[in-house]
Ligand binder design. Sequence first.
Ligand SMILES: *Cc1c(COP(=O)(O)O)cnc(C)c1O
Length: 398
Amino acid sequence: MTHAAHPFDALMNITARPQAVFVRGEGAYLWDDAGKRYLDFMQGWAVNCLGHSPTVVAEALAAQAKLLLTPSPAFYNGPSLKLAQALVEKSCFDQVFFANSGAEANEGAIKLARKYGAKYKNGAFEIITFEGGFHGRTLATMSASGKKAFEPLFEPKVSGFRKAKLNDLDSVKALISDNTVAVMLEPIQGEAGVWPATDQFLRELRALTQEHGLLLIVDEIQTGMGRTGKLFHYEHAGIEPDIMTLGKGIGGGVPLAALLATEHVSCFEHGDQGGTFNGNPLMCAAGLAVLEEVSKPEFLKAAADAGLFLESELQKLSARHGLGEVRGRGLLLALDLKLPIGAAIVAEALADGVLINSPQPDALRFMPALNVTREEISLMVDCLDAILVKAGAARRVA
Ligand SMILES: *Cc1c(COP(=O)(O)O)cnc(C)c1O
């Protein structure tokens, strides 16, 4: 083995990262190995719904780790049974398959839809997805995604995905054929820059899919688990989808995801689906601790209120600096900058000890912990305000 010149060099270089090495997290804050503290409005990419290292998750993991890590996916275990039951009780779905990542849950959703097509719809297999959509980084989920940058990569793609336009029902209708089995979407396109499907569009899509006997699949990996102020985003539109995927927040910081389906649609047979770590008790114990907290009505109410406060503070900031709209719902919000200055603002904020994300050059995305306080929101907005004041002064001088 040749020795890596720098510890960073031993990791595959798959993305640009700041030089800091993070060593500790607590609530809204992260610390790096130089002792610098950061106020975190990314939270592991909308993952840490209870903040960094919440006690309930740490304790659930410690207790389960001493009891049983994994008996094998060929045996039942207590935490996965309990978590599946709790998810079924709190949603419109009847059965759950646990996965280890969002992409894997979506792979499962795609397989389940194709299985349904093979079983009930003369082998129909096409899934209508959306331009701008993001469903993960496996080959099938990249193919299902409507992200422009994915298009030239890893050819040939998995076939059978046709892309419609979000909030344009006619563009969906135009793609329906005898081969179509499902329509799949994110209720809010997160990675594309927080572009919401309207509640009206979701209702129209539900009616259209029902009329044609198609499955409606919602990818709630980013919008689920209280992120938008309800436990699941589909509740806002008052619809009942056939399949839902969850990830990110469901584990509160640990790798856990889920595929949920209604009874009639849940048609996998033995041998169709599985995985070594799927439904392992350690991750499911964390998931149970998270769900117990997040599904409390007072918790969801506080998260929704925090979302409204963040939204109004961002609107004020936008008005003060002549920026664009605030998009999204609950605690998944984006601020339109109208200029490609996202990366520069993110870098300045990082230097000032605040972590935010710029999913597109002209937008900032905010995905704090769901228990974020008003004080933490004000601190973050004040930091952005100072950066924008400086940038405005620089522009006037230039
Ligand atoms: C993050 C995300 C995924 C992929 O989840 P991974 O855990 O990264 O595989 C899929 N869909 C949506 C909507 C996401 O936000």
